[in-house]
Ligand binder design. Structure first.
Ligand SMILES: [Zn+2]
Length: 235
């Protein structure tokens, strides 16, 4: 069994370039000894970018391993050293969107008790599903204003690791207990000031002042108690 890929995107979410060695390479993708490419997961789209001359079109996680899918039939050789560059403009937008989604869900949950039943975090427009029977457009406008106030407050985003049992014991930390792979002994916790704290594997901004203005594009009814919110960020 080969050691798991070192997740550089957890050590430094602002790392845009890195050097690594190819551990395996086949139709299933390229595995590296270390990577700054954040794989698709938790509702977030994956990073794209380059590994040497090859284009990285998608990055996926299988069994806690990270696989880089190359475009245009490009291949890499096992043992080869490669320089990785991620598409930073896209990544930073995803980080801003993701931290926004945590803030919005925290505010809506605090004000209504509604839970998030799904999300899709993309660079230009993201969406979140809330389990909410009563929907009041005016009140929702207030929640978005509260979320914008929270973003503007310049709250620091901190990440740390916690023993799985301890995280499970802390109310609110683990929102999707069933989704956690049992072999993971330590959980990564993301804390956004005093706004939201939960177990989370995704990439975030280090300060909410990077978010900008949250703009709600539309809200759709998806079934009796499911509201789908589409939002973007300015600028
Ligand atoms: Zn998240």
């Amino acid at each position: 069994m080969i050691a798991t890929t070192e997740k550089l995107f957890w050590q430094d979410m602002y790392l845009r370039e890195f050097d690594a060695k190819v551990v395996s390479s086949d139709e299933g993708g390229v595995r590296l000894d270390r990577t700054a490419f954040n794989p698709r997961g938790g509702g977030l789209v994956s990073d794209v970018g380059r590994l040497g001359a090859a284009e990285v079109v998608e990055v996926v996680k299988r069994d806690e391993e990270v696989y880089h899918m190359l475009g245009g039939g490009a291949t890499l050789t096992v043992g080869e050293s490669v320089h990785g560059v991620i598409d930073w403009e896209r990544r930073h937008r995803v980080m801003r969107m993701h931290t926004t989604a945590h803030i919005l869900s925290a505010v809506v949950n605090r004000e209504t008790g509604a839970l998030i039943t799904g999300n899709q975090i993309s660079p230009l427009e993201s969406r979140m599903d809330f389990s909410l029977e009563e929907f009041d457009k005016e009140k929702f406008g207030d929640y978005v204003r509260m979320a914008n106030d929270a973003a503007r407050s310049g709250a620091e985003v901190r990440t740390f690791f916690m023993k799985r049992e301890e995280a499970l014991r802390t109310p609110g930390f683990v929102k999707l207990a069933g989704a956690l792979p049992p072999e993971v002994a330590e959980l990564r916790i993301v804390q956004i000031g005093d706004i939201d704290t939960q177990a989370d594997g995704g990439v975030h901004v280090r300060n909410t002042s990077e978010i900008g203005e949250i703009v709600v594009n539309r809200i759709e009814n998806k079934g009796k108690s499911n509201r789908r919110l589409y939002f973007s960020l300015q600028p």
